[in-house]
Unconditional design. Structure first.
Length: 336
């Protein structure tokens, strides 16, 4: 078993404890490995700036060579490097987070500009990569979004409110453009969703109406208060037969006609029979004469009765089989 004495620590050690040196007569360095490592460490500690400057100069003079060498090494050792980097990141997670945060704080503008330039130059690449990631991680993304939303509901609501207030015109324009470009797709998607979620939608609307009962009542009252009064007609476009009516809020009255006809409970049986035969598309709703919204119902009924009688004298086929007695009496009293 061959040994030799280290010239630094003066200890007798195995030959395997010495680095090889082909320039030496015996092919080994005079100092042991431990002493060599200690010496190198002391030198680096004492000459940090000198070593850094030397490395910088070498790098500047050999950029292409270093890059090519690194590229070649990476190509040959991809898996090995990936595994090594993974282990290092796992081991130094906290350190990396601190370094990353410090670097970001010191280089915000530089990072933002670099990111902007990259995105501009790689729009299609980024879009395709994001699409592939979303396709491969749908459940993961959904769960992550759900957790984030649950933890940040108030923050998200406030951010959305501020953004919408600051970008009203932009949002409206984007929605309009998106709708115009996807009308058929949106309509089909909405139809499919409604068909698949009838009960869910009905329940949601029911809860919303219960929650907003007072608001709905006030809104309905305000809406009805602003409606115009009118004498109107419902005309069967197949045979020209006409129903004449009046209302202090004719849009609501029209909706009522449609609802009762649809449910087969309209109080005019002749109109109901034709509706059952021809369907809603055979009827045309129109205003004959419009009045101010505060016009009394009694005035409208007199006008309605007068018009019914005039149409009967002209031979117009009417669904109206009677007139209001009180309105007729008022009409007689108004006659000269």
């Amino acid at each position: 078993m061959q040994t030799r004495i280290c010239t630094k620590c003066h200890e007798e050690k195995m030959l395997s404890e010495f680095y090889k040196d082909k320039n030496k007569k015996n092919g080994l360095q005079s100092q042991c490995k431990i002493c060599c490592v200690r010496r190198e460490k002391q030198y680096r500690e004492a000459n940090k700036e000198k070593i850094a400057e030397r490395k910088k100069q070498y790098y500047e003079a050999n950029k292409d060579k270093i890059a090519e060498r690194g590229k070649q090494y990476y190509e040959v050792n991809k898996d090995k490097m990936a595994e090594r980097n993974k282990r290092w990141r796992e081991k130094n997670r906290d350190k990396l987070a601190v370094n990353k945060k410090q670097y970001y704080e010191a280089n915000k503008e530089k990072i933002a500009e670099k990111g902007k330039q990259y995105r501009e130059a790689n729009k299609e690449k980024i879009a395709e990569r994001n699409k592939q990631y979303r396709e491969a991680n749908k459940e993961k993304i959904a769960e992550r979004n759900k957790q984030y939303y649950e933890a940040n509901q108030e923050k998200i609501a406030e951010y959305n409110k501020q953004y919408q207030e600051a970008n009203k015109e932009k949002i409206a324009k984007q929605r309009k453009q998106r709708y115009e470009a996807n009308k058929e797709k949106i309509a089909e998607k909405g139809k499919q969703y409604r068909e698949a979620n009838k009960e869910k939608i009905a329940e949601r609307y029911k809860r919303w109406r219960e929650k907003n009962r007072d608001k709905l009542a006030a809104s309905k009252k305000q809406y009805q208060a602003n409606l115009s009064a009118a004498i109107y007609q419902i005309k069967n476009i197949n045979d020209g037969k006409v129903y004449i009516g009046c209302s202090t809020g004719y849009p609501v009255r029209w909706a009522s006609h449609r609802s009762t006809l649809k449910r087969n409970i309209h109080d005019n049986k002749y109109l109901q029979e034709d509706y059952n035969t021809f369907g809603l598309e055979a009827f045309e709703f129109s205003v004959i004469e419009e009045f101010p919204k505060d016009t009394p119902l009694e005035v409208l009924e007199v006008k309605e009765t007068q018009l019914i009688l005039e149409q009967q004298r002209k031979g117009v086929d009417l669904y109206n089989i009677s007139v209001r007695i009180e309105a007729l009496a008022n009409l007689i009293l108004e006659a000269p």
